[in-house]
Design a protein around this ligand. Structure first.
Ligand code: SAM
Length: 292
């Protein structure tokens, strides 16, 4: 029986053996607590028939736990220096593939089709590089991939915004962009002490389970997201002021914006943060009549 990778001693040994120096610019904060890793994996509810996609395996701490709990793991790692290390640390597992690629540039749909043949249940499980958490999550959700969802570690502050409900100060266009596709829930708060090196911010794990269909049906998704982003451009401003100043030709279409708000029963003096995702959906469909 070999020792788990995610202990302070084994991690130090591996780093020393390969003379590995962390690159801050790549968000390299490795997990050194096996219990935390096991709990993350539990939240993914994998079975022996599941596939797992990992982003940024580092030296393999999470990859190892995923390999033990699923049928197949495919991990994307951008840092070439980690490839020989992963080959070594993951050598006891024959169900892991590491792809040397930037996840933001990868054709994930193709990789899933090739790597997970005969596997129906695929989850993304990762301790994300914190400098690109939002682009990674949005890429994986908007590409309409055949995945059940994501269980990912990220900055607590971003997790709070993603899972926020209307009427809270964290609720905004990011909450809507993600909750449009998924049911979002923070499942763990994680202290800085379980990382090497320790990050400057607190961390959390969120679980995003894809909805069978988006939470609201809208006529034009792109315009819906334009309306939501515009509505939060300046949080102190009313929805009317934000929409007139942000939408294309909004200033000259104030009357039409007022009409659309009236038709959807939304008081123009409300602030974006008080609107539910369903209200944004109805508003966007009304505004579409005047803006497309
Ligand atoms: N999974 C490991 C762990 O938990 O110990 C490492 C997590 S560390 C927070 C983030 C990892 O993502 C690093 O290994 C880093 O090199 C990698 N990474 C950073 N940007 C990436 C990108 N765009 N695509 C793929 N991997 C990336």
């Amino acid at each position: 029986m070999h020792k788990d990778i995610a202990t302070p001693i084994r991690t130090q040994e591996i780093l020393k053996k390969y003379g590995f120096a962390f690159k801050k610019s790549l968000g390299q904060n490795f997990l050194i607590d096996t219990n935390i890793l096991r709990r993350i994996v539990e939240h993914a509810e994998l079975t022996e028939a599941s596939g797992a996609i990992e982003i940024g395996p580092g030296i393999g701490a999470l990859t190892e736990q995923l390999a033990k709990s699923s049928k197949k793991v495919t991990a994307f790692e951008i840092d070439q220096r980690l490839l020989p290390i992963l080959k070594d640390t993951l050598s006891p597992y024959n169900n892991v593939t590491v792809i040397h690629e930037d996840i933001l540039k990868a054709d994930v749909e193709k990789v899933i089709a090739e790597e997970f043949i005969g596997i129906d249940d695929v989850m993304v499980v990762a301790n994300l590089p914190y400098y690109v958490t939002t682009p990674i999550i949005l890429k994986l959700l908007t590409e309409n991939l055949p995945i059940r969802g994501l269980v990912v570690m990220l900055q607590k502050e971003v997790a709070d915004r993603i899972a926020a409900k209307p009427g809270t100060k964290e609720y905004g266009s990011l909450s809507i962009a993600i909750q449009y596709y998924t049911e979002a829930e923070t499942v763990m708060i994680v202290p800085k002490t379980v990382f090497m090196p320790q990050p400057n911010v607190d961390s959390a794990v969120i679980r995003l389970v894809k909805r069978a269909k988006p939470i609201v049906e809208v006529k034009d998704e792109e315009f819906f997201f334009t309306v939501t982003r515009s509505s939060f451009a300046q949080r102190r401003k009313t929805i009317l002021n934000n929409l007139t100043s942000q939408l294309p030709d909004g200033k000259s279409k104030k009357d039409q914006i007022l009409k659309a708000l009236g038709h959807t029963g939304i008081d123009p003096t409300r602030r974006g943060e008080t609107l539910s995702i369903e209200e944004f959906g109805r508003l966007s469909d009304e505004l579409l009549l005047y803006f497309k």
